[in-house]
Design a protein around this ligand. Structure first.
Ligand code: SF4
Length: 383
């Protein structure tokens, strides 16, 4: 079983907080599609051709800048090269690209999930983020997604913006909930160094919110979404029962995935662990070179490294981790020091250990500091 991720590296403009790989040159879109199809064909004989591909995810960048014809040719190449079971086929959309016709075409092509970057409905925040769409365009797009009957859709929102009050955030969430989304991803604004936002923070022109304010945002998001029937199943992800994202959930479980397109990552289990690599984040290079040359940052991950990563990812989910699975899949068992520390965190109300001792999950309080808990736990297992 495997997933395929396709990185479409084009955007209309640069959002102020974004550090994904993209460019704004339209004329390279068709050459990119042609190169992508060649890359897909180059995997026709590779290890992923033996796998059943359960999920396909078109991310970016802005995949909705591609025409239905371009998407069709990519999907057709995927069908030829891989064994697709297509349980979930997702495409990210920007609100200003959405029309009824475009959505109908996506459905016809077999997409059964769309992921839309709403981020906020506040015009000032949208301007601050340098988003290419208005709040009204996001509302129209959400209505169209509903009326065209997409089997599943998700909307992204960003909280913890400088100057954003709890009331502002509540208005944003309530406005989104009018569209009854089956899934929401809510991210705290991350300040990345090589972004316009990062530079403004560095120059002292913008002050990021304090931790106590962020905590209020975190709590509000959970409360409002839970009241609307959307349960947190990962630190940043909420869904109605049965609507959890399969593709992303598989990343957290270390299911094999193949990344196609510039900057895309891949993971493939090997005999002694797994190999991870990245396609070079460079469209020009991608268009010019043969496929084995665009691989870089190739890492051979041993079971210890994978186990630690699994702890980091698994503890961010409501499902948590299974002690038995950590042993059988990664050969990893907790040391007495780790158990002692886990019991201490349990007494503090951050960790929950099942009666049989197999399942370890974080409580609501623990999820707020999930990364800290995972890192502390890992450090106590190191000899
Ligand atoms: S649309 Fe998405 S990928 Fe493009 S700049 Fe904005 S956040 Fe980044």
């Amino acid at each position: 079983m495997a997933g395929i991720y396709i990185h479409v590296p084009f955007c209309k403009q640069a959002c102020s907080y974004c550090n994904f790989y993209f460019m704004t040159r339209n004329e390279l879109r068709q050459p990119f599609v042609d190169a992508l199809i060649s890359e897909i064909q180059s995997h026709g004989e590779g290890p992923f051709s033996d796998e059943t591909v359960e999920t396909i995810y078109f991310g970016g960048g802005t995949p909705s800048l591609l025409t239905p014809g371009q998407l069709e040719s990519i999907l057709s190449a995927l069908h030829t090269a891989f064994d697709l079971s297509s349980k979930e086929t997702t495409i990210e959309l920007n609100p200003d690209d959405v029309s009824e016709r475009y959505l109908q075409s996506l459905k016809t092509l077999g997409f059964n999930r769309v992921s839309m970057g709403v981020q906020s409905f506040d015009p000032d925040l949208l301007a601050f983020m340098n988003r290419s769409h208005t709040a009204e365009e996001a509302e129209i797009a959400l209505s169209l997604i509903q009326s065209t009957g997409f089997p599943c859709y998700t909307a992204d929102v960003i909280f913890g913006n400088p100057g954003q009050s709890v009331e502002d955030l509540e208005r944003d969430i309530d406005r989104l909930l009018r569209f009854d989304p089956p899934h929401v991803s809510a991210y705290s604004l991350t300040i990345e160094p090589n972004t316009r936002l990062g530079k403004q923070v560095e120059l002292g022109r913008i002050e990021p919110p304090q931790d106590d304010e962020l905590e209020k945002h975190f709590d509000l998001v959970e409360e409002r979404l839970r009241e609307a029937g959307l349960n947190r199943y990962e630190v940043s992800n909420f869904a109605r029962p049965g609507r959890e994202a399969v593709h992303n959930s598989n990343y957290w479980k270390h299911v094999n995935y193949l990344g196609l397109g510039p900057s895309a990552h891949s993971l493939l289990w090997t005999q002694n662990g797994a190999r991870r690599w990245r396609n070079r984040p460079d469209v020009k290079f991608y268009l010019d070179r043969s496929w084995h040359e665009v691989k870089e940052e190739v890492e051979e991950l041993n079971l210890d490294t994978l186990a630690e990563e699994r702890l980091m990812l698994g503890l961010r989910t409501i499902a948590g981790i299974s002690v038995e699975q950590m042993a059988s899949r990664y050969g990893y068992s907790f040391t007495p020091q780790q158990w002692e520390w886990l019991r201490l965190q349990s007494a503090r109300g951050c960790v929950s250990i099942s009666g049989d001792g197999d399942s370890i999950t974080l409580t609501g309080a623990g999820l707020k500091i999930a990364d800290y808990i995972a890192l502390e736990l890992i450090s106590r297992g190191e000899s």
